[in-house]
Write a protein that binds this ligand. Structure first.
Ligand SMILES: NC(=O)c1ccc[n+]([C@@H]2O[C@H](COP(=O)([O-])OP(=O)(O)OC[C@H]3O[C@@H](n4cnc5c(N)ncnc54)[C@H](O)[C@@H]3O)[C@@H](O)[C@H]2O)c1
Length: 316
């Protein structure tokens, strides 16, 4: 596509190099939620630079307009659709805006999310509700309408946003739970959409965004804390663009992640570990379960959390 210099949009040469993603999205219409800031803004700009027409969503109008202006200044195509994705009807209208503007929806990046740090022993109802509503309900609401359209079209790619926190991480009881739900939804939707031409995957990013500022405030109030050094959002967008593009046409139901170190990984799915055990008397009593675990299945007990703490963590 013809592009004005990205510099006109305040994009640095480093950003420009990062946006050379080696994929052509020029025939695709893509919705990005939470595209006003951070990762969403970087994904929106990168997708547009790769040729996609982008529906830029955010609950906050100003950053959404800024992102769309940057896309247009760079010669890309963008429309702004301000919506709160936690409101089911607004999420539906967001997807319908894409269908109305571009006649189809090739991609949905469920990126909008919140992270409100807290300990599991002092969870606040308002924080828990907000986290689950944006991260889980918002993702499902946008996906519901998009999957309906994609199933009828017989093509489309959904890119959800999970987090390493789903594996168990301090200060993130509700956030981790919400991202676990997003991963589980990803697996289920991929299974249900199998054979329809529609793919559902997730990314697990690591980026220096304002989300880290919230963690900063929480941690600093609790004493010593070294802010981690994370890659910029632009270093993450290759995952999103790969999953939106035809390069990944054989990939569905997967979580692709980027570690803080910059290493790329694929996360495992929850699965039943082998060997299983048979009940000695036909029915599993509590005592029989205790014996089966201590005498064999103990080897299957999993390391704990994102940091893979070793079992047993409780002295017996
Ligand atoms: N930054 C990281 O290292 C990291 C790591 C793992 C996962 N994630 C996930 O990546 C996604 C983006 O995070 P970020 O770091 O760019 O955060 P961010 O706060 O910079 O951006 C999130 C955007 O979502 C928007 N948003 C919030 N609620 C919304 C709603 N109800 N409707 C529409 N838009 C809404 C916000 O206005 C904001 O512009 C989130 O889902 C987050 O959980 C981030």
């Amino acid at each position: 596509m013809g592009q004005a210099p990205l510099a006109a949009a305040g994009v640095t040469p480093n950003d420009e190099a990062l946006m050379e993603q080696g994929v052509d999205l020029s025939d695709k219409a893509v919705v990005v939620t939470g595209a006003g800031r951070g990762l969403g803004a970087a994904v929106g700009r990168a997708a547009a630079a790769a040729g996609a027409a982008v529906v830029v969503n955010d609950v906050d109008p100003q950053p959404a307009e800024e992102c769309a202006n940057a896309i247009r200044a760079a010669g890309g195509r963008a429309v702004v659709h301000v919506a709160d994705i936690t409101v089911w009807s607004q999420a539906e209208a967001l997807i319908e805006r894409c269908l109305h503007e571009f006649g189809k929806i090739d991609g949905l990046v469920n990126n909008a999310g919140v992270h409100l740090p807290q300990h599991c022993w002092e969870m606040d109802e308002a924080k828990v509700r907000k986290t689950l509503e944006v991260n889980v309900l918002g993702t499902l609401a946008c996906s519901a309408r998009a999957l309906k359209a994609m199933r009828a079209q017989r093509f489309g790619s959904i890119v959800n946003t999970t987090s390493g926190s789903q594996m168990g991480h301090e200060y993130r009881p509700d956030y981790g739970a919400s991202k676990g739900a997003v991963s589980s939804f990803t697996f289920t939707a991929a299974v249900e959409m199998k054979g329809t031409g529609v793919r559902v995957n997730a990314v697990s990013p690591n980026a220096e965004t304002r989300m880290l500022d919230d963690l900063d405030k929480f941690m600093l109030a609790r004493g010593e804390w070294q802010r981690p050094s994370l890659p910029p959002p632009e270093h993450n967008v290759g995952m999103h663009l790969y999953l939106l593009s035809d390069l990944s046409r054989h990939v569905t139901g997967q979580i692709i992640g980027l570690r803080a170190t910059g290493e790329l990984y694929i996360a495992s799915h929850p699965a039943i570990l082998l060997p299983t055990a048979k009940a000695p008397q036909g029915v599993w009593t509590a005592r029989a379960i205790g014996e089966a675990i201590d005498q064999g299945l103990v080897a299957s007990l999993q390391p704990l959390g994102f940091k893979r703490l070793r079992q047993p963590i409780v002295e017996r």
